[in-house]
Design a protein around this ligand. Structure first.
Ligand code: EPU
Length: 339
């Protein structure tokens, strides 16, 4: 375990915001997490994974613990599937590549998502028709209040769109140390439910896509519109796609043409936040050191020297504009850390 007095968080958050932490600790095992919690008398720390979904609004005086538990272990296997247990500090996309290389199916649609394995269940990461919950078995987590270990199965995680129990009742109450998945070994379920992915595969003249084909296509689509945080600071989608009632959706269609939507339930639809933001004139807009990406209105970027506050204020401006124009309140997907 390493403890430093003052640490710049610039390389620990994909927005590339230069916030300063006064109490920064790295833990590479469950035991190190428990020791850390004892040292801080079980007070509430900020838990940091890959830093790809977090905005530090200010410098941080609260204790930060960065989880770097590594390792991918096969725990059981049948002729049909394989169960694996993965350290929370593994990079998500390294895990996806590990599975594709071995022809284990389930994670291919989730290729290239930034962030670490331990953060994935917290917001039930999802893309191109698949969510983490689809191949999740269980996770191990350390209680912040007692240092004891608890195992959560899928039901206990209470997964929903970009959410779980760890974002609701148990927010900041557990530190996830390890996540287990079940992957297929054969007869992989190819998921082409996301229309642009299906079109991409058809355009490539692939008739029977393999999980490698899916992964490659997802990577190509993502690279064509999502900026690489190593080149331009960002956290992917800044807001969630709002879920609205069918009644409100019909009202929206009275004033707007061809509003895109995804069905959620018989009386609810999800409207792309990117569309709402673009309609408010924010696509590709630059304001000082921040702005939205030119290829995707939902992605707020750091043009180089933005502070957390600048990014936050710009996001609020977008939120206000969408509220005024559409009477829809956007909800942040990114975690905003105040201090
Ligand atoms: N659109 C616009 N303007 C834009 C971009 C998109 O109007 O600048 C409209 C288009 O109609 C498009 C629709 O928005 O068809 C949806 O856009 P896209 O396919 O890019 O997906 P998204 O809904 O914006 C979600 C996830 C992404 C995930 C993609 C693909 C959320 C908040 N975001 O984005 O996840 O990669 O679907 O599955 O659900 C992330 O969480 O950081 C993330 C990137």
């Amino acid at each position: 375990m390493q403890k430093t007095k003052k640490t710049s968080l610039k390389s620990y958050n994909s927005f590339g915001v230069n916030a300063i932490s006064t109490k920064f600790t790295i833990a590479n095992s469950e035991q190190k997490i428990t020791e850390f919690l004892e040292r801080i008398s079980f007070s509430s720390p900020i838990i940091l994974g890959g830093g790809t979904n977090i905005l530090f609004k200010n410098n941080i005086d609260t204790n930060i613990i960065k989880i770097e538990i590594k390792g991918i272990t096969i725990t059981s296997e049948t002729s049909k599937h394989i169960d694996i247990s993965v350290g929370a500090g593994e990079k998500w996309d390294d895990l996806v590549n590990w599975s594709i290389q071995r022809n284990y199916g389930g994670l291919e649609n989730l290729s290239l998502i930034p962030g670490n394995v331990g953060s994935a269940p917290i917001q039930n990461i999802g893309a191109y028709g698949v969510e983490l919950k689809d191949c999740f078995l269980r996770c191990r987590a350390v209680s912040v209040e007692s240092g004891t270990i608890k195992i959560f199965n899928s039901n206990e995680c209470d997964f929903s769109y970009r959410s779980s129990i760890f974002k609701k009742d148990l927010k900041n109450k557990y530190i996830i140390s390890n996540v287990s998945f079940r992957l297929s070994k054969k007869n992989h379920k190819i998921n082409l439910s996301y229309e642009p992915l299906k079109k991409h595969i058809i355009n490539k003249n692939i008739t029977e896509p393999t999980i490698k084909d899916i992964s490659n296509s997802v990577i190509e689509i993502r690279n064509s519109k999502l900026p690489d945080p190593k080149i331009i600071g960002n956290c992917g989608s800044f807001f969630k796609n709002p879920i609205i009632s069918l009644i409100d959706f019909k009202k929206l269609n009275e004033t707007q043409n061809n509003v895109p939507f995804f069905n959620v339930s018989p009386d609810k639809v999800k409207v792309p936040a990117a569309w709402l933001i673009e309609k408010c004139g924010f696509k590709g807009k630059k304001e000082g050191n921040t702005g939205t990406h030119k290829a995707h209105a939902l992605i707020i970027v750091n043009h180089g020297k933005a502070t957390g506050k600048e990014i936050f204020n710009f996001a609020q401006k977008i939120k206000n504009a969408v509220l005024r124009k559409f009477n829809i309140l956007l909800e942040e997907e990114v975690n905003i850390i105040e201090n």
